[in-house]
Ligand binder design. Structure first.
Ligand code: CIZ
Length: 300
């Protein structure tokens, strides 16, 4: 309680806003001014008037906020909070892909570094990937780095040919078809909502597949009262807060992203007190990455 009050005081003193991803710990979401997915938080980061943005998420998210708001101080409360999926693709790898498929545009998932973004034509998140692919005039599109999300999009937009990078979210990739079958047997009346970063064979067994925001919206609007959730456990906090009369169960106990869980209340406090850890991005890379992010904001 004392720490929460201190954080609120520091936010005012430093003219800071705290953004928290849906995958953050409950204690962090509670002190945040905005909680959501990376698309929503990117738009907030681009529009807020505050001088300091404390981004409670992983590195690529804080980098994205810095690219969109270069004049602001962006802090990532734990410097080691990375994203293994983002680390599965490099700028050099994208350049090689472009050389192999000349003229084919590269669509990059937001889970990527600024160096990778700078090499790509347009960005997407899981909430808007289908829309972005549908809006591009090209039939062939290189999609990196999440192969599972790419396969999901390819199914939704069959007139496009996606050339897929072979990256995976190690947390979502843990879920097996067997887990869905067990959940169906245990909660026969439940709706099973799964993130498209899971294996396509798993996603095929879901009642609904979508990003965290889409899962939250589905559960809010649904007449069902029991849900099994196939994405990172942090989403359950928002779901339970928004739908207090409904029940939510996690599809797999391993749906816990260790990087997202690095940030605790103490990290947010220390970030504000010590101005840590400041995110800076190379100006030229940021300029190129901003173009592909803006293109996503236009298309989606
Ligand atoms: O777009 C995001 O923030 C991620 C990484 C997942 C989701 O579905 O919200």
């Amino acid at each position: 309680m004392v720490l929460t009050a201190e954080i609120r005081k520091l936010k005012k003193e430093r003219n800071a806003v705290v953004l928290a991803h849906n995958y953050q710990l409950e204690e962090v979401q509670q002190v945040a001014d905005y909680v959501g997915d990376s698309f929503y938080l990117s738009k907030i980061a681009a529009g807020v008037e505050h001088e300091v943005i404390v981004f409670c998420g992983v590195r690529f998210m804080a980098e994205t906020a810095k690219i969109l708001s270069p004049q602001k101080t962006v802090l990532l409360p734990e410097s080691g909070a990375g994203c293994p999926l983002a680390d599965m693709v490099t700028a050099e790898g994208i350049r090689e892909m472009k050389a192999r498929y000349p003229g084919v545009p590269v669509l990059c998932y937001i889970n990527s570094s600024v160096e990778v973004k700078a090499e790509c034509d347009v960005c997407c998140t899981s909430a808007n990937a289908v829309k972005v692919v549908s809006s591009l005039p090209d039939r062939r599109i290189i999609f990196a780095p999440d192969e599972n999300l790419g396969q999901y999009v390819a199914q939704k937009v069959p007139d496009k040919e996606l050339i897929l990078w072979r990256g995976r979210c190690v947390t979502h990739a843990k879920v097996r078809q067997e887990d869905v079958k067990l959940a169906r047997a245990k909660y026969p009346e439940a709706k099973i909502l799964i993130h498209p970063e899971c294996d396509p064979a798993v996603v095929a067994l879901a009642d609904f597949a979508g990003s965290t925001l889409q899962i939250i919206n589905y559960a809010r609007e649904s007449d069902a009262s029991i849900f099994v959730i196939g994405t990172e456990v942090g989403v359950l906090y928002n779901l339970k807060t928004l739908c207090p009369d409904k029940q939510f169960f996690l599809l797999h106990p391993g749906l816990v992203c260790p990087n997202m869980k690095m940030i605790r209340l103490t990290s947010v406090y220390e970030a504000l007190i010590n101005n840590q850890y400041e995110i800076n991005v190379d100006e030229e890379l940021a300029r190129r990455a901003k173009q592909m992010l803006n293109k996503m904001l236009e298309l989606a």
